[in-house]
Write a protein that binds this ligand. Structure first.
Ligand code: UN1
Length: 509
Protein backbone atom coordinates (compact mmCIF):
# COMPACT_ATOMS: atom_id res chain seq x y z
CA UNK A 1 0.00 0.00 0.00
CA UNK A 2 2.73 2.48 0.98
CA UNK A 3 4.80 1.31 -2.02
CA UNK A 4 1.88 2.18 -4.33
CA UNK A 5 1.60 5.63 -2.80
CA UNK A 6 5.33 6.26 -3.25
CA UNK A 7 5.12 5.10 -6.86
CA UNK A 8 2.09 7.27 -7.52
CA UNK A 9 4.17 10.34 -6.58
CA UNK A 10 7.37 9.15 -8.27
CA UNK A 11 9.23 8.83 -4.98
CA UNK A 12 12.24 6.64 -5.71
CA UNK A 13 14.26 4.75 -3.07
CA UNK A 14 16.85 7.49 -3.33
CA UNK A 15 15.34 10.86 -4.09
CA UNK A 16 16.62 14.40 -4.26
CA UNK A 17 15.43 16.62 -1.41
CA UNK A 18 16.35 19.80 -3.25
CA UNK A 19 14.00 21.54 -5.64
CA UNK A 20 13.39 24.95 -7.13
CA UNK A 21 9.78 24.11 -7.88
CA UNK A 22 10.51 23.27 -11.50
CA UNK A 23 13.65 21.13 -11.19
CA UNK A 24 15.05 18.64 -8.72
CA UNK A 25 18.72 19.36 -8.07
CA UNK A 26 21.12 16.56 -7.23
CA UNK A 27 21.99 17.23 -3.60
CA UNK A 28 25.58 16.86 -2.43
CA UNK A 29 24.81 17.16 1.30
CA UNK A 30 24.15 14.39 3.76
CA UNK A 31 21.51 11.70 3.20
CA UNK A 32 18.35 11.73 5.30
CA UNK A 33 17.10 8.23 5.87
CA UNK A 34 13.37 8.12 6.50
CA UNK A 35 12.33 5.21 8.71
CA UNK A 36 8.72 4.57 9.72
CA UNK A 37 8.12 4.41 13.47
CA UNK A 38 5.10 2.21 12.64
CA UNK A 39 7.10 -0.90 11.67
CA UNK A 40 10.73 0.24 11.60
CA UNK A 41 10.85 -0.13 7.80
CA UNK A 42 13.03 2.14 5.71
CA UNK A 43 10.89 4.35 3.43
CA UNK A 44 13.42 6.23 1.30
CA UNK A 45 16.72 8.09 1.34
CA UNK A 46 16.53 11.79 0.69
CA UNK A 47 19.54 13.72 -0.52
CA UNK A 48 20.01 17.08 1.20
CA UNK A 49 21.63 20.13 -0.42
CA UNK A 50 25.28 21.08 -0.19
CA UNK A 51 26.06 24.78 0.24
CA UNK A 52 26.24 25.35 -3.54
CA UNK A 53 22.80 23.87 -4.22
CA UNK A 54 21.40 25.79 -1.29
CA UNK A 55 22.74 29.02 -2.78
CA UNK A 56 21.32 28.10 -6.19
CA UNK A 57 17.89 27.58 -4.61
CA UNK A 58 17.99 30.93 -2.79
CA UNK A 59 19.07 32.64 -6.02
CA UNK A 60 16.18 31.02 -7.94
CA UNK A 61 13.73 32.06 -5.24
CA UNK A 62 15.03 35.65 -5.27
CA UNK A 63 14.69 35.77 -9.05
CA UNK A 64 11.15 34.36 -8.95
CA UNK A 65 10.04 36.93 -6.40
CA UNK A 66 10.54 39.76 -8.92
CA UNK A 67 7.92 38.21 -11.15
CA UNK A 68 5.55 36.58 -8.63
CA UNK A 69 5.06 39.80 -6.62
CA UNK A 70 3.60 41.39 -9.74
CA UNK A 71 0.93 38.75 -10.25
CA UNK A 72 -2.38 40.13 -8.97
CA UNK A 73 -3.11 38.60 -5.57
CA UNK A 74 -6.41 36.96 -6.71
CA UNK A 75 -4.47 35.28 -9.56
CA UNK A 76 -2.06 33.89 -6.98
CA UNK A 77 -5.13 32.84 -5.01
CA UNK A 78 -6.43 30.93 -8.04
CA UNK A 79 -3.22 28.89 -8.10
CA UNK A 80 -3.64 28.15 -4.37
CA UNK A 81 -7.26 27.13 -5.06
CA UNK A 82 -5.95 24.54 -7.49
CA UNK A 83 -3.48 23.26 -4.89
CA UNK A 84 -6.48 22.79 -2.56
CA UNK A 85 -8.23 20.79 -5.31
CA UNK A 86 -5.14 18.63 -5.85
CA UNK A 87 -4.97 17.99 -2.10
CA UNK A 88 -8.61 16.91 -2.11
CA UNK A 89 -7.75 14.41 -4.87
CA UNK A 90 -4.75 13.08 -2.95
CA UNK A 91 -6.17 13.31 0.58
CA UNK A 92 -6.32 9.55 1.15
CA UNK A 93 -2.85 8.82 -0.22
CA UNK A 94 -1.12 11.70 1.51
CA UNK A 95 -3.03 11.10 4.76
CA UNK A 96 -1.88 7.48 4.81
CA UNK A 97 1.70 8.44 4.12
CA UNK A 98 1.63 11.04 6.92
CA UNK A 99 0.32 8.34 9.22
CA UNK A 100 3.04 5.90 8.12
CA UNK A 101 6.03 8.25 8.11
CA UNK A 102 5.12 10.17 11.27
CA UNK A 103 3.11 7.56 13.19
CA UNK A 104 -0.10 9.48 13.95
CA UNK A 105 -3.45 7.69 13.63
CA UNK A 106 -4.96 7.41 10.18
CA UNK A 107 -7.86 9.68 11.22
CA UNK A 108 -5.33 12.30 12.29
CA UNK A 109 -3.35 11.80 9.07
CA UNK A 110 -6.49 12.58 7.08
CA UNK A 111 -7.24 15.43 9.49
CA UNK A 112 -3.84 16.92 8.80
CA UNK A 113 -4.48 16.93 5.04
CA UNK A 114 -7.93 18.42 5.72
CA UNK A 115 -6.19 21.21 7.63
CA UNK A 116 -4.11 21.86 4.48
CA UNK A 117 -7.24 21.99 2.32
CA UNK A 118 -8.89 24.35 4.80
CA UNK A 119 -5.95 26.76 4.79
CA UNK A 120 -5.98 26.73 0.96
CA UNK A 121 -9.64 27.79 1.03
CA UNK A 122 -8.86 30.44 3.61
CA UNK A 123 -5.93 31.76 1.55
CA UNK A 124 -8.04 31.94 -1.63
CA UNK A 125 -10.54 34.22 0.12
CA UNK A 126 -7.73 36.18 1.68
CA UNK A 127 -6.21 36.87 -1.74
CA UNK A 128 -9.03 39.38 -2.26
CA UNK A 129 -8.86 40.75 1.27
CA UNK A 130 -5.31 41.96 1.90
CA UNK A 131 -6.78 45.14 3.28
CA UNK A 132 -4.97 48.23 4.47
CA UNK A 133 -6.53 51.12 6.41
CA UNK A 134 -7.01 54.66 5.18
CA UNK A 135 -6.42 57.60 7.52
CA UNK A 136 -7.45 61.24 7.61
CA UNK A 137 -4.50 63.52 7.08
CA UNK A 138 -4.07 66.55 9.36
CA UNK A 139 -3.15 68.59 6.28
CA UNK A 140 -5.58 69.96 3.67
CA UNK A 141 -5.46 68.43 0.21
CA UNK A 142 -3.65 65.35 1.50
CA UNK A 143 -4.60 61.70 1.51
CA UNK A 144 -3.11 59.02 3.71
CA UNK A 145 -3.43 55.27 3.51
CA UNK A 146 -1.47 52.11 4.10
CA UNK A 147 -0.88 49.17 1.86
CA UNK A 148 0.66 45.76 2.35
CA UNK A 149 3.44 44.53 0.09
CA UNK A 150 5.08 41.12 -0.02
CA UNK A 151 8.31 40.68 1.92
CA UNK A 152 10.31 38.40 -0.38
CA UNK A 153 11.61 34.94 0.47
CA UNK A 154 9.89 33.16 3.36
CA UNK A 155 12.02 30.42 4.92
CA UNK A 156 9.88 27.72 6.54
CA UNK A 157 11.34 25.31 9.09
CA UNK A 158 8.75 22.73 10.11
CA UNK A 159 8.61 19.93 12.67
CA UNK A 160 7.95 16.19 12.36
CA UNK A 161 4.66 16.18 14.29
CA UNK A 162 2.68 18.08 11.66
CA UNK A 163 4.98 17.26 8.77
CA UNK A 164 2.87 18.91 6.08
CA UNK A 165 0.06 21.03 7.59
CA UNK A 166 2.29 23.60 9.27
CA UNK A 167 4.20 24.11 6.00
CA UNK A 168 0.87 24.71 4.25
CA UNK A 169 -0.27 27.29 6.83
CA UNK A 170 2.86 29.24 6.05
CA UNK A 171 3.25 28.72 2.34
CA UNK A 172 -0.38 29.20 1.26
CA UNK A 173 -0.57 32.54 3.10
CA UNK A 174 2.92 33.57 2.00
CA UNK A 175 2.06 32.82 -1.64
CA UNK A 176 -1.19 34.76 -1.82
CA UNK A 177 0.71 37.62 -0.16
CA UNK A 178 3.20 37.50 -3.06
CA UNK A 179 6.13 35.86 -1.32
CA UNK A 180 8.19 32.92 -2.50
CA UNK A 181 8.96 30.04 -0.12
CA UNK A 182 11.88 27.81 0.77
CA UNK A 183 10.90 24.88 2.96
CA UNK A 184 13.14 22.87 5.22
CA UNK A 185 10.95 20.02 6.48
CA UNK A 186 11.89 17.96 9.52
CA UNK A 187 14.75 15.57 8.81
CA UNK A 188 12.53 12.88 10.38
CA UNK A 189 9.70 13.24 7.83
CA UNK A 190 11.23 14.25 4.47
CA UNK A 191 9.14 11.89 2.30
CA UNK A 192 5.78 13.54 2.96
CA UNK A 193 7.51 16.81 2.03
CA UNK A 194 8.62 15.32 -1.30
CA UNK A 195 5.02 14.40 -2.04
CA UNK A 196 3.83 17.94 -1.31
CA UNK A 197 6.57 19.30 -3.54
CA UNK A 198 5.48 16.98 -6.39
CA UNK A 199 1.82 18.02 -5.95
CA UNK A 200 2.62 21.74 -5.97
CA UNK A 201 5.06 21.40 -8.86
CA UNK A 202 2.42 19.96 -11.14
CA UNK A 203 -0.09 22.69 -10.24
CA UNK A 204 2.56 25.37 -10.71
CA UNK A 205 3.64 23.94 -14.07
CA UNK A 206 0.04 23.99 -15.31
CA UNK A 207 -0.20 27.68 -14.35
CA UNK A 208 3.21 28.83 -15.59
CA UNK A 209 4.23 29.89 -12.09
CA UNK A 210 7.87 30.97 -12.27
CA UNK A 211 10.57 28.58 -11.10
CA UNK A 212 11.61 29.41 -7.53
CA UNK A 213 8.21 30.16 -5.96
CA UNK A 214 8.06 26.78 -4.18
CA UNK A 215 11.47 25.52 -3.09
CA UNK A 216 12.48 22.56 -0.99
CA UNK A 217 15.74 22.10 0.92
CA UNK A 218 15.28 18.88 2.89
CA UNK A 219 18.22 18.73 5.26
CA UNK A 220 19.45 18.67 8.81
CA UNK A 221 20.38 21.30 11.35
CA UNK A 222 23.05 22.85 9.11
CA UNK A 223 20.48 23.71 6.43
CA UNK A 224 18.33 25.34 9.12
CA UNK A 225 21.33 27.43 10.15
CA UNK A 226 21.97 28.50 6.56
CA UNK A 227 18.39 29.68 6.29
CA UNK A 228 18.43 31.52 9.62
CA UNK A 229 21.66 33.37 8.82
CA UNK A 230 20.85 34.28 5.22
CA UNK A 231 20.29 38.00 4.75
CA UNK A 232 18.50 37.29 1.45
CA UNK A 233 15.65 35.76 3.46
CA UNK A 234 13.67 38.46 5.30
CA UNK A 235 11.32 36.11 7.16
CA UNK A 236 11.98 32.79 8.87
CA UNK A 237 8.95 30.93 10.18
CA UNK A 238 10.08 28.15 12.50
CA UNK A 239 8.11 25.47 14.34
CA UNK A 240 9.78 23.16 16.83
CA UNK A 241 11.40 23.03 20.24
CA UNK A 242 12.07 26.10 22.36
CA UNK A 243 15.79 25.32 22.10
CA UNK A 244 15.68 25.39 18.31
CA UNK A 245 13.55 28.55 18.40
CA UNK A 246 16.03 30.40 20.58
CA UNK A 247 18.85 29.52 18.17
CA UNK A 248 16.81 30.63 15.13
CA UNK A 249 15.64 33.77 16.88
CA UNK A 250 19.14 34.91 17.83
CA UNK A 251 20.53 34.22 14.34
CA UNK A 252 17.65 36.03 12.62
CA UNK A 253 17.64 38.81 15.24
CA UNK A 254 21.38 39.40 14.81
CA UNK A 255 20.71 40.37 11.19
CA UNK A 256 17.47 42.18 12.07
CA UNK A 257 15.37 39.78 10.06
CA UNK A 258 11.90 38.70 11.09
CA UNK A 259 11.27 35.45 12.92
CA UNK A 260 7.85 33.88 13.31
CA UNK A 261 8.18 31.32 16.06
CA UNK A 262 5.84 28.53 17.08
CA UNK A 263 7.58 26.60 19.84
CA UNK A 264 6.84 24.36 22.78
CA UNK A 265 3.71 24.28 24.87
CA UNK A 266 2.91 23.02 28.36
CA UNK A 267 -0.82 23.11 28.02
CA UNK A 268 -3.22 22.71 30.89
CA UNK A 269 -6.94 22.11 31.30
CA UNK A 270 -8.61 23.33 34.46
CA UNK A 271 -11.38 20.94 35.55
CA UNK A 272 -13.68 23.04 37.68
CA UNK A 273 -16.14 21.78 40.26
CA UNK A 274 -18.84 22.90 37.78
CA UNK A 275 -17.47 20.94 34.83
CA UNK A 276 -19.46 18.45 32.82
CA UNK A 277 -17.06 15.64 33.70
CA UNK A 278 -18.12 13.25 30.93
CA UNK A 279 -17.60 15.89 28.29
CA UNK A 280 -14.33 17.00 29.87
CA UNK A 281 -13.05 13.43 29.77
CA UNK A 282 -13.04 13.24 25.97
CA UNK A 283 -11.18 16.54 25.62
CA UNK A 284 -8.59 15.52 28.21
CA UNK A 285 -7.91 12.04 26.89
CA UNK A 286 -7.74 13.07 23.23
CA UNK A 287 -5.57 16.04 24.19
CA UNK A 288 -3.15 13.87 26.16
CA UNK A 289 -2.84 10.75 23.99
CA UNK A 290 -3.80 12.01 20.49
CA UNK A 291 -0.74 12.03 18.19
CA UNK A 292 0.87 10.09 21.09
CA UNK A 293 1.20 13.38 22.96
CA UNK A 294 3.34 14.88 20.20
CA UNK A 295 1.32 17.98 19.36
CA UNK A 296 2.57 21.31 20.58
CA UNK A 297 -1.03 21.71 21.78
CA UNK A 298 -1.13 18.31 23.55
CA UNK A 299 -2.62 18.39 27.04
CA UNK A 300 0.22 17.98 29.52
CA UNK A 301 -1.41 19.07 32.79
CA UNK A 302 -4.85 18.74 34.37
CA UNK A 303 -5.56 21.12 37.22
CA UNK A 304 -8.55 19.58 38.99
CA UNK A 305 -10.78 21.03 41.70
CA UNK A 306 -10.32 19.07 44.92
CA UNK A 307 -14.06 18.29 45.15
CA UNK A 308 -14.05 16.41 41.82
CA UNK A 309 -10.42 15.20 41.86
CA UNK A 310 -11.12 11.62 42.95
CA UNK A 311 -14.14 11.17 40.68
CA UNK A 312 -12.39 12.62 37.65
CA UNK A 313 -9.07 10.84 38.06
CA UNK A 314 -11.03 7.59 38.42
CA UNK A 315 -12.76 8.30 35.11
CA UNK A 316 -9.38 9.01 33.52
CA UNK A 317 -7.85 5.80 34.80
CA UNK A 318 -10.83 3.82 33.46
CA UNK A 319 -10.62 5.58 30.11
CA UNK A 320 -6.89 4.84 29.82
CA UNK A 321 -7.69 1.14 30.31
CA UNK A 322 -9.77 1.28 27.11
CA UNK A 323 -6.96 2.75 24.99
CA UNK A 324 -5.71 0.54 22.21
CA UNK A 325 -2.07 1.12 21.31
CA UNK A 326 -0.72 -0.16 18.03
CA UNK A 327 -0.32 0.33 14.29
CA UNK A 328 -1.86 3.77 13.59
CA UNK A 329 -3.00 2.67 10.14
CA UNK A 330 -5.38 0.25 11.87
CA UNK A 331 -8.35 2.43 12.71
CA UNK A 332 -9.19 0.34 15.77
CA UNK A 333 -6.16 1.75 17.54
CA UNK A 334 -6.20 5.06 19.41
CA UNK A 335 -2.48 5.58 19.99
CA UNK A 336 0.41 5.05 17.57
CA UNK A 337 4.16 5.13 18.15
CA UNK A 338 6.50 7.97 19.13
CA UNK A 339 8.54 9.33 16.24
CA UNK A 340 11.78 7.43 17.02
CA UNK A 341 13.81 5.70 19.71
CA UNK A 342 15.36 8.96 20.88
CA UNK A 343 11.85 10.17 21.71
CA UNK A 344 11.25 6.91 23.58
CA UNK A 345 14.42 7.48 25.65
CA UNK A 346 13.34 11.02 26.52
CA UNK A 347 9.93 9.69 27.57
CA UNK A 348 11.56 7.06 29.78
CA UNK A 349 13.87 9.63 31.35
CA UNK A 350 10.83 11.80 32.14
CA UNK A 351 9.05 8.88 33.82
CA UNK A 352 12.09 8.41 36.06
CA UNK A 353 12.24 12.10 36.87
CA UNK A 354 8.59 12.13 37.91
CA UNK A 355 9.26 9.56 40.63
CA UNK A 356 12.62 11.10 41.57
CA UNK A 357 10.99 14.49 42.08
CA UNK A 358 8.18 13.17 44.29
CA UNK A 359 5.36 12.28 41.89
CA UNK A 360 3.51 8.99 41.73
CA UNK A 361 1.75 7.21 38.89
CA UNK A 362 -1.99 6.67 38.63
CA UNK A 363 -1.37 4.91 35.32
CA UNK A 364 2.09 3.43 34.83
CA UNK A 365 3.96 4.08 31.60
CA UNK A 366 6.46 1.86 29.83
CA UNK A 367 7.76 0.75 26.46
CA UNK A 368 5.90 -1.97 24.59
CA UNK A 369 7.62 -4.89 22.93
CA UNK A 370 6.63 -8.08 21.14
CA UNK A 371 4.48 -8.64 18.07
CA UNK A 372 3.36 -5.44 16.40
CA UNK A 373 5.78 -3.30 18.41
CA UNK A 374 9.03 -4.27 16.64
CA UNK A 375 9.95 -0.67 15.83
CA UNK A 376 10.56 -0.08 19.54
CA UNK A 377 8.66 3.22 19.39
CA UNK A 378 5.36 2.26 21.07
CA UNK A 379 4.85 3.46 24.64
CA UNK A 380 2.03 3.35 27.17
CA UNK A 381 0.29 6.62 27.93
CA UNK A 382 0.90 7.43 31.60
CA UNK A 383 -0.76 9.61 34.23
CA UNK A 384 1.19 10.99 37.20
CA UNK A 385 0.09 12.95 40.26
CA UNK A 386 2.59 15.78 40.74
CA UNK A 387 3.11 19.33 42.01
CA UNK A 388 3.18 22.08 39.40
CA UNK A 389 6.58 23.39 40.54
CA UNK A 390 8.48 20.14 39.89
CA UNK A 391 11.23 20.77 37.40
CA UNK A 392 9.98 17.96 35.15
CA UNK A 393 6.46 19.44 35.09
CA UNK A 394 7.85 22.80 34.03
CA UNK A 395 9.33 21.17 30.90
CA UNK A 396 7.55 19.92 27.80
CA UNK A 397 7.92 16.15 27.43
CA UNK A 398 6.84 15.38 23.87
CA UNK A 399 5.07 12.11 24.72
CA UNK A 400 1.81 10.85 26.26
CA UNK A 401 2.65 11.73 29.86
CA UNK A 402 -0.20 13.52 31.61
CA UNK A 403 0.18 15.29 34.96
CA UNK A 404 -2.69 15.77 37.38
CA UNK A 405 -2.78 18.19 40.32
CA UNK A 406 -5.40 19.60 42.73
CA UNK A 407 -6.64 23.12 43.36
CA UNK A 408 -8.93 24.78 45.91
CA UNK A 409 -9.98 28.08 44.28
CA UNK A 410 -9.98 29.43 40.74
CA UNK A 411 -7.22 31.99 41.31
CA UNK A 412 -4.92 29.23 42.50
CA UNK A 413 -5.82 27.18 39.40
CA UNK A 414 -5.10 30.09 37.06
CA UNK A 415 -1.78 30.76 38.82
CA UNK A 416 -0.80 27.13 38.31
CA UNK A 417 -1.95 27.16 34.69
CA UNK A 418 0.15 30.27 34.04
CA UNK A 419 3.01 29.13 36.25
CA UNK A 420 5.14 27.51 33.54
CA UNK A 421 7.60 29.05 31.05
CA UNK A 422 5.44 28.18 28.00
CA UNK A 423 2.21 29.88 26.90
CA UNK A 424 0.56 28.14 23.94
CA UNK A 425 -2.84 26.58 24.67
CA UNK A 426 -5.11 26.40 27.70
CA UNK A 427 -8.65 25.46 28.60
CA UNK A 428 -11.21 25.44 31.35
CA UNK A 429 -14.03 22.94 31.69
CA UNK A 430 -16.86 24.67 33.52
CA UNK A 431 -20.56 25.41 33.20
CA UNK A 432 -20.12 28.45 35.45
CA UNK A 433 -20.20 31.66 33.40
CA UNK A 434 -18.26 33.69 35.95
CA UNK A 435 -15.42 31.21 35.99
CA UNK A 436 -15.33 30.94 32.21
CA UNK A 437 -15.23 34.70 31.67
CA UNK A 438 -12.63 35.23 34.40
CA UNK A 439 -10.43 32.59 32.76
CA UNK A 440 -10.68 34.44 29.42
CA UNK A 441 -10.16 37.91 30.93
CA UNK A 442 -6.89 39.84 31.15
CA UNK A 443 -6.47 38.37 34.63
CA UNK A 444 -6.99 34.83 33.33
CA UNK A 445 -5.00 32.57 31.04
CA UNK A 446 -1.74 34.03 29.70
CA UNK A 447 -1.74 31.75 26.64
CA UNK A 448 -2.21 32.50 22.94
CA UNK A 449 -5.12 30.06 22.89
CA UNK A 450 -7.71 29.86 25.70
CA UNK A 451 -10.75 27.61 25.35
CA UNK A 452 -13.91 26.94 27.32
CA UNK A 453 -15.33 23.40 27.33
CA UNK A 454 -12.93 22.33 24.57
CA UNK A 455 -9.53 20.72 25.10
CA UNK A 456 -6.18 22.33 24.34
CA UNK A 457 -5.48 20.63 21.01
CA UNK A 458 -7.19 20.58 17.66
CA UNK A 459 -7.40 24.31 16.88
CA UNK A 460 -9.26 25.33 13.72
CA UNK A 461 -7.27 27.10 11.01
CA UNK A 462 -9.50 30.20 11.06
CA UNK A 463 -8.02 31.55 14.29
CA UNK A 464 -4.51 32.90 14.75
CA UNK A 465 -2.36 30.05 16.07
CA UNK A 466 0.57 30.53 18.46
CA UNK A 467 1.48 31.48 21.97
CA UNK A 468 3.38 33.62 24.41
CA UNK A 469 6.52 33.36 26.56
CA UNK A 470 8.75 30.46 25.52
CA UNK A 471 6.23 29.49 22.85
CA UNK A 472 7.79 32.31 20.90
CA UNK A 473 5.07 34.92 20.37
CA UNK A 474 4.33 34.18 16.70
CA UNK A 475 0.88 33.79 15.15
CA UNK A 476 0.23 31.68 12.07
CA UNK A 477 -2.76 30.43 10.11
CA UNK A 478 -6.04 32.38 10.40
CA UNK A 479 -7.29 35.82 11.50
CA UNK A 480 -4.80 38.51 10.42
CA UNK A 481 -1.69 36.30 10.73
CA UNK A 482 -1.11 37.08 7.01
CA UNK A 483 0.32 40.44 8.08
CA UNK A 484 3.42 38.61 9.30
CA UNK A 485 4.22 37.79 5.68
CA UNK A 486 3.97 41.34 4.40
CA UNK A 487 5.52 44.75 4.91
CA UNK A 488 3.29 47.68 5.71
CA UNK A 489 3.81 50.85 3.76
CA UNK A 490 2.28 54.16 4.82
CA UNK A 491 1.59 56.47 1.89
CA UNK A 492 0.81 60.18 2.06
CA UNK A 493 -0.19 61.97 -1.13
CA UNK A 494 -0.38 65.75 -1.49
CA UNK A 495 -2.88 66.81 -4.17
CA UNK A 496 -2.94 70.50 -3.15
CA UNK A 497 -0.82 73.29 -4.64
CA UNK A 498 0.98 73.99 -1.35
CA UNK A 499 3.36 71.99 0.79
CA UNK A 500 2.26 72.38 4.43
CA UNK A 501 4.45 70.56 6.94
CA UNK A 502 3.08 68.20 9.55
CA UNK A 503 2.92 69.32 13.19
CA UNK A 504 2.26 72.89 11.91
CA UNK A 505 5.95 73.60 11.39
CA UNK A 506 6.58 76.67 9.22
CA UNK A 507 9.62 76.62 7.00
CA UNK A 508 9.63 79.56 4.60
CA UNK A 509 12.36 80.17 2.07
C1 UN1 B 1 1.46 21.63 16.21
O1 UN1 B 1 1.37 20.74 17.06
O2 UN1 B 1 2.58 22.08 15.88
O3 UN1 B 1 -4.24 22.72 17.17
C2 UN1 B 1 0.30 22.17 15.48
C3 UN1 B 1 -3.79 21.63 16.82
C4 UN1 B 1 -3.45 21.44 15.36
C5 UN1 B 1 -2.12 22.02 15.04
C6 UN1 B 1 -1.01 21.66 15.97
N1 UN1 B 1 -4.46 22.08 14.56
O4 UN1 B 1 -3.62 20.70 17.60
Amino acid sequence: MIKDILQQFNITAKHSGVSTGAHWLSGTGSVLSSVSPVDGQHIADVQSPGRDEFDAVVAAAGQAFHEWRQWPAPKRGEVVRQIGEALRTHKTALGKLVSYEMGKSLQEGYGEVQEMIDICDFAVGLSRQLYGLSMHSERPGHRMYEQWHPLGITGIISAFNFPVAVWSWNSMLAWVCGNVCIWKPSEKTPVTALVCQHIVQSVFAANQVPEGVCCLVAGGREVGEWLANDTRIPLISATGSTRMGKAVSSAVGARLGRALLELGGNNAIIISESADLDMALIGCVFGAVGTAGQRCTSTRRLIIHESVYDAFTQKLVNAYKQLRIGNPLDENNHVGPLIDKDAVSLYQASLQQVTAQGGHFLVEGGVLDGAGFESGCYVKPAIAAVQNHYNIVQHETFAPLLYVMKYKNLQEAIDMQNGVPQGLSSAIMTLNLREAEHFLSAAGSDCGIANVNIGTSGAEIGGAFGGEKETGGGRESGSDAWKNYMRRQTNTINYSNRLPLAQGISFDL
